[in-house]
Design a protein around this ligand. Structure first.
Ligand SMILES: Cc1cc2nc3c(=O)[nH]c(=O)nc-3n(C[C@H](O)[C@H](O)[C@H](O)COP(=O)(O)OP(=O)(O)OC[C@H]3O[C@@H](n4cnc5c(N)ncnc54)[C@H](O)[C@@H]3O)c2cc1C
Length: 533
């Protein structure tokens, strides 16, 4: 069987890539070991309780409807319809006070002002200063193959916006927050958001992340019917473009002939030939160390793939509930709007908790509980039987529990019970409302999606220089592997993990360019955009 190209893994990045290539007239096959396409776009029906749907991987899709591929592939028409609740995030304190992020910036500023007038002013200042940086530099950069770091710096130094970005980037998120904000709750809230992106808060080079988040108009959104509705829409876009997806098919080896990737052999011995390319949506270890014969991989690439780093702080533990009633937070007695909060953060009171959380992750211990989650059915009743609800909470917990990830199998139920206890302290009556529940550990994440090694949902740290042009590592940051016709398209590439689809979108630009196929949808190169500032 011969195709123009073969893609490994049917995560959303791969599907975005496949749809664009199909639309360009290429015949492309995608292979995935699971029984369903979409990777982290997973919505599972509770087998014991039909009608209760749970988003077992991603749920919050930031600014998804602003993504260029969402528009180009007409995904709304294909059933991926999004909601963006107004009270987007609420940090609920033990006192019942709340720090709030609204889609309406003025309401967010007012909430900051309740804690500190000075911090409200800092929020306004940084939002105004960073708005043009987000719109003219950071968003365009995320949607294109990245520039080499030196060239990027040269170009940025030519404009006031670029210089401010470089200056703030030189800080760590922690340094930025402590320098610019005074209130411990606000400091904690901002660092939490930084942590959601899994950026190590001590790491220099990422000071701009929080300012960018403050300025970013895109907020958390959810897909009606569950995250899998986006996967189904992408699959439909792939099929519409003539693409083929084979599930429950595990690649065993990338076939190579005369220095060119020419196909894939699967674990049952079937060989699929590729005229032009093989693109991997898997992680660098899977791609280079497991799927390419050792004698076809230069030592330098082997070393770089082997030392590719995963995030210490990314693994999540999840508690999923089927409920008679939705969680009712006692904080709503003080502020009724909390009833409609989309993402709720519990257990976070001050920023000094973060060093303790990091220490626990390093030592494989359970940290003090900080958790966040939602009641999806409050916004979308289709995710549970009539009148019933689902809710979930996530907590960042170490993959190597007490030094051994297998410990999770024995401990996870107990931890789920502890989380429910803690959650009920903020939402009295929650325990009595539970119909059933289940948990997922960081080890479960890796078992379901092995590309998320160590439970790292971003499929690779942003530390150790693994960003931009050097993601996944130096020499592979252009979506190209060491062989002609070999490409990378997953979250291990720029701009990284989460549901952005941009690794697939950018890889499509590179492959079509290499094949000399025109792509009218492709944006102008990063070089031109940044030089125009
Ligand atoms: C618990 C949890 C919660 C999350 N919440 C959010 C969130 O709210 N918002 C957000 O934006 N992101 C979230 N994420 C992260 C997000 O899911 C990932 O970053 C994103 O899915 C990565 O997309 P991808 O297309 O690169 O790969 P993936 O979605 O990981 O897909 C990879 C695909 O490759 C397949 N695969 C793996 N190994 C092999 C193999 N050997 N052979 C064949 N196929 C293989 C897998 O089956 C999968 O289909 C969450 C992740 C987890 C685990």
């Amino acid at each position: 069987m011969t195709y123009d190209g073969i893609i490994l893994g049917a995560g959303h990045n791969s599907l975005v890539l496949q749809a664009y290539l199909g639309r360009a007239g290429l015949k492309v096959l995608c292979l995935d070991r699971r029984h369903v396409a979409g990777g982290g776009l997973a919505t599972e029906e509770d087998p014991r309780h039909p009608g209760f749907l749970h988003n077992t991987h991603s749920f919050y899709h930031r600014a998804l409807t602003h993504a260029p591929w969402y528009r180009d592939l007409k995904l709304e028409e294909k059933g991926a319809v999004y909601l963006e609740p107004d009270l987007n995030v609420a940090l609920i304190l033990r006192s019942g006070d709340t720090l709030e992020w609204w889609t309406d910036f003025e309401k967010t500023a007012a909430s900051f002002g309740n804690f500190s007038v000075k911090d409200e002013a800092a929020l306004r200042r940084w939002r105004n200063d960073f708005l043009p940086i987000v719109e003219s530099i950071l968003v365009p950069e995320s949607r294109r193959p990245p520039l080499p770091p030196e060239r990027r710096r040269q170009l940025l130094e030519k404009s006031a916006e670029g210089r401010l970005l470089l200056e703030v980037s030189a800080l760590s998120p922690l340094e930025f927050v402590l320098r610019e904000f005074e209130n411990p709750v606000i400091q904690a809230g901002l660092l939490f958001f930084n942590g959601l992106r899994e950026v190590d808060l001590r790491c220099r080079g990422f000071g701009h992340h929080i300012a960018a988040l403050l300025a970013s108009p895109g907020k958390a959104q959810m897909c009606i019917g569950g995250s899998a509705a986006l996967a189904r829409a992408l699959v439909s876009a792939v099929h519409e473009s003539g693409g083929e997806i084979r599930l429950q098919t595990t690649p065993h080896r990338i076939l190579v002939n005369a220095g060119k990737a020419t196909g894939v052999e699967t674990s049952d011995g079937t060989r699929y030939q590729a005229r032009h390319f093989v693109a991997s949506g898997l992680n660098p270890q899977q791609t280079f160390l497991e799927l390419i014969d050792a004698d076809l991989l230069p030592q330098q690439w082997r070393d770089k793939a082997r030392t590719f780093r995963y995030n210490l702080l990314a693994p999540l533990f999840a508690l999923h509930l089927n409920l008679h009633e939705r969680p009712r937070y006692s904080a709503a007695l003080k502020n009724a709007e909390i009833e409609n909060a989309f993402m709720v953060i519990l257990g976070l009171e001050h920023f000094e908790q973060f060093p303790e959380i990091v220490r626990c992750h390093q030592e494989g211990k359970i940290p003090p509980t900080v958790m966040w989650g939602s009641c999806p059915t409050h916004f979308d009743s289709s995710q549970a039987p009539a009148g019933k609800h689902t809710a979930f909470m996530w907590e960042k917990l170490p993959y190597r529990l007490n030094g051994n990830p297998l410990q999770w199998d024995a401990y996870k139920q107990e931890h789920g019970r502890a989380m429910l206890e803690r959650w009920s302290q903020y939402a009295p009556g929650l325990k009595d409302s539970v119909i059933d529940s289940f948990v997922r550990s960081p080890l479960d994440t890796e078992r379901t999606l092995p590309n998320m090694q160590g439970g790292d949902l971003l499929v690779g740290a942003f530390t150790d220089g693994q960003v931009g042009y050097n993601r996944p590592f130096e020499g592979a940051g252009h979506y190209r592997g060491h062989l002609s016709g070999l490409y990378l398209c997953g979250a291990s590439c720029h701009p990284g993990g989460n549901v952005t689809g941009l690794a697939g979108y950018n890889c499509a630009q590179v492959i079509l360019n290499d094949l000399g196929v025109g792509a009218e949808w492709a944006p102008p190169a990063a070089e031109g955009v940044i030089s125009q500032l």
